[in-house]
Ligand binder design. Structure first.
Ligand code: PBG
Length: 325
């Protein structure tokens, strides 16, 4: 072959490849999702997510310190209440003594401003029926009644020290309602990480174990249909108009086209959530020796960044941060 069209020329040595690499992966771009469970004396490993723990208050603090020293960009906290503390409206979500708010206080005490503390602002862990909102008489999730609960929850989380609130419930108007609620009490500095596009995904399976979900049925009346792409843009535009500070796409790997669409249209930073099922798949295949674990993890994170994510939530945040620094 003759001529000048030889792209392999730039792939010849590691130095050439490093020089021309377009996509970066840095610890500060990674956010670690964490679980704190009520009534635990020590951390408990989640069966379908080997290496990921439900934390006790003490083990949460220790893991947060480790994550900060690894240089991660942030921590996203989920709470797992005792079964007897769940009720129809998820009262403990907005109770300052609820497990998530206690955990947020512990995190902000422990790590202060050394990283960004984020809270999951959704009711599903706290409701006895496991839905992300309150139910109306006919059993459907009542959008507008749920917004009042989200505002109460948001205020409690801001009070507990969260820097960013992750609105993951997929109710219409949730970002605007929470923004107005925060502003009304002078919490203008608390930001909103809006789950702009969140799909009803089978890959949430292991997470349901992680938070001891009581859900029967599914979330398809509020989370998006995997078949739809245009709808993600509509959701994005609403969240931006309602005051989202950061927008997120979730899951990540089966939705890279959505991530690209959102990144191309967003004027705020874009996050993507590499969810529990994505973690479980790579973990299980690597355990069987079917793929190279470290290479697969780094490739998956690079792909998510390349598709347009400025920030990636991943259960490998700390481990990957060590590899990258
Ligand atoms: C629900 C919520 C889910 C996740 C985070 N928040 C799952 C669901 O909709 O059931 C999933 C995270 C993961 O799978 O890692 N508010």
């Amino acid at each position: 072959m003759t001529g000048t069209d030889r792209p392999r020329r730039l792939r010849r040595t590691p130095a050439l490849r490093r020089l021309v690499a377009e996509t970066t992966l840095e610890p500060r771009q990674l956010v670690l999702p964490m679980f704190v469970a009520d009534g635990l004396d020590e951390g408990r490993e989640i069966g379908s997510m080997p290496g990921v723990f439900q934390h006790s208050m003490d083990s949460l603090r220790k893991a947060a310190v480790d994550a900060v020293s690894a240089g991660v960009g942030g921590l996203m906290l989920f709470g797992v209440p005792c079964p007897e503390d769940k009720d129809a409206v998820g009262s403990r979500a907005s109770d300052p003594e609820g497990i998530l708010n206690r955990g947020l206080r512990a995190l902000s005490e422990e790590v202060g401003d050394a990283t960004v503390v984020m809270a999951d602002t959704c009711l599903d862990e706290f409701t006895d029926h496991g839905h992300c909102g309150v139910l109306s008489a006919n059993g459907a999730v009542d959008n507008d009644a749920t917004l009042h609960r989200y505002v109460d929850m948001a205020l409690a989380q801001a009070e507990a020290g969260a820097d960013l609130l992750g609105t993951s419930g997929m109710m219409d108007g949730q970002v605007g309602a929470i923004r107005r609620g925060l502003d009304a009490v002078g919490r203008t500095d608390t930001g909103i990480l809006a789950y702009a596009a969140k799909y009803a995904s089978a890959f949430y399976g292991p997470f349901r174990e992680a938070v001891a979900s009581t859900l029967e049925g599914d979330r398809r009346s509020y989370q998006q249909d995997p078949a739809n792409r245009k709808e993600a843009i509509r959701e994005l535009e609403l969240d931006l108009a309602e005051g989202a500070d950061i927008v997120m796409v979730k899951p990540a790997m089966s939705y890279l086209d959505i991530l690209r669409d959102v990144a191309d249209r967003s004027n705020v930073p874009v996050a993507a959530y590499q969810i529990s099922g994505e973690y479980a798949m790579i973990t299980a295949a690597a355990e069987r020796g079917w793929i190279d674990r470290r290479a697969a993890i780094l490739e998956s994170l690079t792909g998510i960044r390349r598709a347009g994510a400025d920030i990636v939530l991943t259960y490998w945040a700390v481990e990957a941060a060590h590899w990258l620094s």
